[in-house]
Each structure stands twice: as C-alpha cells, then as structure tokens.
Design a protein. Sequence first.
Length: 607
Amino acid sequence: MNLRNIAIIAHVDHGKTTLVDQLFRQSGTFRDNQRVEERAMDSNDLEKERGITILAKPTSIVWNDTRINIVDTPGHADFGGEVERILSMVDGVILLVDSSEGAMPQTKFVTGKALALGLRPIVVVNKIDRADERTQEVLDEVFDLFVSLDATDEQLDFPVLFASGRNGYASTDPKAREGTLTPLFEKIVEHVPAPKVDLDAPFTFLVTLLDRDNFLGRILTGRVNSGVVKLNQPIHALDNDGNVVEAGRASKLMSFHGLERVPVEEARAGEIISLAGLTVATVANTIADTSVSEPLHAQPIDPPTLSMRFAVNDSPMAGREGSKVTSRMIRDRLLREAESNVAIKVTEAADRDSFEVAGRGELQLGVLIETMRREGFELGISRPRVLFGEDEDGKKTEPYETVIIDVDEEYSGTVVEKMNLRKAELTDMRPSGGGKTRITFSAPSRGMIGYHGEFLSDTRGTGIMNRLFEKYGPHKGAIEGRKNGVLISNGAGEAQGYALGPLEDRGILFVGHGEALYEGMIIGENAKTDDLEVNPMKAKQLTNFRASGGKDDAIRLTPPKKMTLEQAIAYIDDDEMVEVTPKSIRLRKRYLDPHERKRASRAKVAA
C-alpha cells in the first residue's frame, strides 16, 4: 500500500480539526450510521470546552489505495513544543488559512518551522463561504509570508485549494460552493512525497510524543526512520549524545486506524507507530536495534519563557474540597507532566513544599493547573514571572512577543496608549477591512501579563489579540503593574450581606453573601491604590425596636465579580496567590497574618 505522512498546521480556530472530521467521513473511516462527536480529534475535556487543540494526535485514513497518516497539531503558540516535534516525522504539510483572518502569528511560527525542514506545503484557504472572505488578498499574504521566511523557489510554487471544512468540499476554483474533498485527497497523493525509507538498515525510531497507559505503561509515538521492528524484538534507547538510556523489548506495537490504536505484529520504515515496553525512554530519544550506536538528530526545543510557583495549599480551608493535597502528590504529578511535555521544566524549591514550573506561556500553565484541579488537586499558585537571560556583554535580557491586535478603529487609540504603557513598540498598523484595524507590536512578555482582561474591557469584547514568542531582547526597565489595591478580610467566618452593602462603595466585590472567608483572603478590589483590611462578616444587631415607618432597610447587592482561573492568575500581584481547589478559585495574600505582611513589605522596601 502507498503511504503519505502529513501534518495539518494553522493558527488557532482556523478549522484544522473540523477539516480532519470531514476527511474521516469522506474516506469511509466512519460508517455512514456511526455516531461521531463533532471535532472528534479534540478528545480532551478542556479541548472541547475551549474549542482549541492542546495535544498533537496522529490518525490514519485510507483513500483508494493510499494510507494517509495525518497529525492534527495545536494552533496555539503556548503549545509550540508539540508542533516542532511533529514536523520532524512528516513529509508534507497542509497549511490551512482562514479566508478572512489570513496569515496570523501562529501561521508564521509553524510555517517557518516547516519551511526550515524543507517541507513543501499545500495551501488550503478555508472557510471560503464566509460573508467577509477576502480570498485573493489572503493568498497574497501567504505568498509574502513565505518570501519573508526565506522559502525556496520550489516551496514558493505551492499548490492552492479553496475549501469549506465544515461543509466538506475543496476545489481549485475560489468561486466553488459545493463538492467533495476529493481534490484535496488527490493533491496529497500527488504533491506529498512517499517517505524515503531504507528497509535493509537496522531499525531506528525517534520519539516525538509520549503517552501513559495504565496497562501498557509508557507509550512512545513517532515515525520508524529505517528498517523493520517486530513484536518482542530486543531494542535500546539512546539519548542525543549516543549514551544508552535503557534496554528492553518492543512488547507492544500499534499503528493508527482512524482514531483507534490497532495492535500490529511488525512496523516498517516510514510508518507512524506507537511502541510500548520501555520505562525510562522519553521524547527526543532514539529507539533502535541493539546494534545501533548513533542517535537520530532531534529538533531543538525553544526555551520556556515564563514560570509560576505551585505550592501546597496552606490556607485555613485546605483539604476541604480536594483529595490530593500533599507536596509528594504534587511533585509526582508535575514530574509526570514534565516527562511527556518537553516545553515544561519543573524545579523543587528549597522548602520542598513548592515547585517552580516553567513553560511557554500563561495559557499552557493555565491548562496544566485546570487539569490538575479536575484531578482533585489543591494548589497555591503565584503570579507568573518571566525568565530573564543575559547577552554576551552580561547585560540583562528578557523575552519579547509579537502581539497582533485586530480591533474596531474607534478603540485603536486606547489600545496603542495602553500598549505604550507596557513598553511595547508599534511595528505596523493598517486597516484590515470592515472598519477594523490590525496593529502589530513588539512587546516584552512581562508587560503582557494580566493585560488580556483589561484589553477586552477597553474594546467592549470585540478585540482579538494574538501573541507569539519573538526573541530575547534588552531589558526594558520597570513596568507599571496593577493600579488598584485590594480589600482584605480581617477575620474568618461567613460573608454577611449587611456588611457587604457598605463595602460596595469602597470598590468591586469578589464574594457574595454566605461565602466562607478567612483572614487574609482577598474579597474585592479597592477603588484606591492601597490595600484595605475590612470586616465583611459583621451581622445586623437584632433588637426589639422596629425601624421607623415599619420598614427595615432592604439590602440590594450587586452580583460579585467571579474570575476564571486565567483571570485570577493574571490579576494577582507579587505578594498574592490564587488558591485553586476542585470546587473554588480564591484570591489571598501570600502572608495571611497582617503583622507578617507588614514585616514582609518592610523587608522588601529595605531590599
């Protein structure tokens, strides 16, 4: 059978996973009467809720006499560690671009990686049935993007198809509004080369994805680079320097059929497979026949740029809502995550009750926290901080991001002003049609922490912001943080409506009547710049006297402002934490006792 290995790359929300659904249906992978969820490839709960792809997943379809292995990749820059590894195991890519939004930051990121590996993309302009489509301009943008990424003449001569993934058709004619995906299948078979393989060489295999199974243990996924591997064959794992990590046997071999892993007796060069039987081997290791001593080249991974402190929850409510609360459980879970996700680094703090977790961005670490929370963990999370570096002259450097903002023209002045406060440099500003403006900035990552919520308020929820790691550049100096102080509970108990009513005049409340509180917990935002300790538990004193006129004052409270996990993490200051449990997200001061807080702030001023 003929074989083709391809990856689908695109910016977040440009329709990759929906297109794969239709490829399944039209290749006969799903039976006509089979009930399949929409976006079947987004199998993780968080992926379904957020409508984004987080984990790269291989799948396989058979069309006519050709097996096509497809890898659906994440479209968000925070999960770029996945994308880089995936591209090393395919021979071609489908670059999917929205017919209205055009080439976006993540498109540039993944396309650059693909072109650098010498892959020749097939460009698919998707969602051509949108009312605001601008297909020809988008195509010109893609061509300009390829030129700016130093594409070769061969790569610039890319085939183009116009498609609607949701409606299941593709065509060489941009005016087409019906049909099937047959032209796309034909283009894959014709344009993507079959894997170059050497079946006579010893077996070698580069691990690109790592998964864990309760019965099989570690499952290593990648492409067989050369030779043939048979069930129970002796194998060993080599690191990048050629040292033997461990030796064992290929106790289970699995190939992909649709969304299923299917056991096989052997796998040949060029095939994408999963293999079990080793207990230490990890991503970027070479699995090979015991006669092989040279490792395969593995793509270097971009470094983490952001870190957060994951601590044992030490609030007075610890242990009430979660089942996993000890530092040992948290350590084991984080080390397991770092094992399978090469973009995450975990280091244990000296107090052994907290861990520094470094990753690519707020979204990636937010997804990890949300996943742990659903597994029953309780955690204390610190404010994110960027990881600084040094240049050749020993000067401090910090990570920068390319920030592309699409916003209604009336809000562009506000956005530029706010970004200037965050030490961002305006690099491009142009109308993008429909009364919108596209503004591009080069901004220090430090200034972007916590800005997204404010940005949505400033643009009345209509603005779209996309961020992408750009480079390490010179340190920009102090950046102004949150302007407002917070309201802090001065004791433990239940919040009372009688006390919350007057506090509404002091600022915005985060808690409502009847909620359990503790000393040092943040219950709202102060309208002024300083922190204020308040008593939200004061109840009305009951007496025998009736209120004059026979009516008591009715208390009408504004609904409290409830924050999502990402909003809470972005909101807190350096001396604050987010308490995360399976049921609640609470804001608190790091030091709950007011005397300890004063001591810590005096020490900070002295330092």
